[in-house]
Ligand binder design. Sequence first.
Ligand code: ARG
Length: 480
Amino acid sequence: MSTEPDQARSPAREAAEAGRFRQPPDPRFWRLNRSLPFDWQLAIYDIDQSRAHARGLAAIGVLDSDELTRMESGLERVRERMAEHGFAFADSDEDIHMAIERLLGEEIGSLAGKLHTGRSRNDQVATDVAMVVQNHAITAIELCAATMAELLRLAEEHRDWALPGYTHLQRAQPVYLGHHLLAYFWMLARDVLRFQFALDSASVMPLGSGALAGVNWEIDRDSVADDLGFEHVTHNSIDGASNRDFVLDYLAAGSACTMHLSRLGSEVVIWSSTEFGFCQLDETFSSGSSIMPQKVNPDSAELLRAKSPRVGASYATLLGVMHALPLTYGKDMQEDKEPLFDAIDTVEGCLEMAAGMLEGIRFDRARMEDASGDEMLAATEVADLLVRRGVPFREAHGIVGALVRDAVEQGGKLSDLTPEQLAARSEHLDDSFYEVLERSSWLESKRIAGGTGSGPLTAQIEEARETLAAVRARVLDERS
Ligand code: ARG
């Protein structure tokens, strides 16, 4: 699409040029000023908004009922025309708002000019963007729920499969796979709350703020808000015209959410390596190598890892755009849309792909169990045994450290140490030393709420089920 102005002029430009301006915009200015190449995505929201605004104008007598009917059916025809195959905007359309007004003029003539009564593009664009955020915050919640459902299903299926838990990517303590997977479930549950916050902050309608001071027409804002699905109207026209917090709120939620997915992706990349061999992705979420026929690469997991920073970057971009911006509207704010649209695509794409990737993932029980059978992982268990016998934890830590050194030095395991060797390190060590080295006891000793033991894990799965049911009910409620 060309971004140069052509001979035809947009209605705004024509109106302006008839008065204040004598010259067309310089193409070098026009290329950056023109937002249509990206804000066409606001079209459906702008038409819905315009219909509600027209009804608001009719309710106070600015439009008569015949005019309202013509206006509404004209807007519908514009909607249909834009959806037609081969539809193209005019090069002279500056943005989606001016384009729709021009198209409406082609449908209903000069009556189209009445639509902009009591409205500025400043409150118009803020309202459109708030509608976008509302819609996509709900979508994000819905997609979080789908990924949470997959995690919960996998957690239930693998509730008693042991694997090593890591710190510093070094084997630390064994955990159940169900427990590990649910860690991601709870991250997404917090993301749901973040998207919910973005939804609430976008549910306050700016329309009626005008350019900045309000408008001269006493349109019933509450009924327009109701018509458009907003919960409230803005309290202050200056704030209404200059606020983009709801976009920032969506971007912040999206940044956290994709960051969480990047950690999942990263673990899947590591786990699916030949060295680990803990899991394998389904072919449909993997790629082959163009040169090495044996390879099945975890590209989907790698993309989850790599997509996330673009959302954080969008957040930083818009925060930078809004930073120190004097009230109210500045053209700077036109730069809210590309970061938002890009983030929406990324957030939704990543959530959808994560759910799909998890659907077909397969875990290797033997490989994980083997790795978690490393007796050194039970070092803390031995320390706790000493603590139960009255040894202060710090001292116990030192004794076990020495035992580990003894075992390593003689090239063996902790359980290879003889009772004499144990006695040399502590008078409190007897045969129970060998019992706590049994693997099942390391996992089941974590009986504390939130721990990996089977008892708390069962309770956790129940809590996760309830949380997911509540999120799903919330989505249904928002969509109804
Ligand atoms: N395309 C503009 C934007 O996205 C619409 C608002 C224009 N308002 C103005 N005062 N020039 O921000």
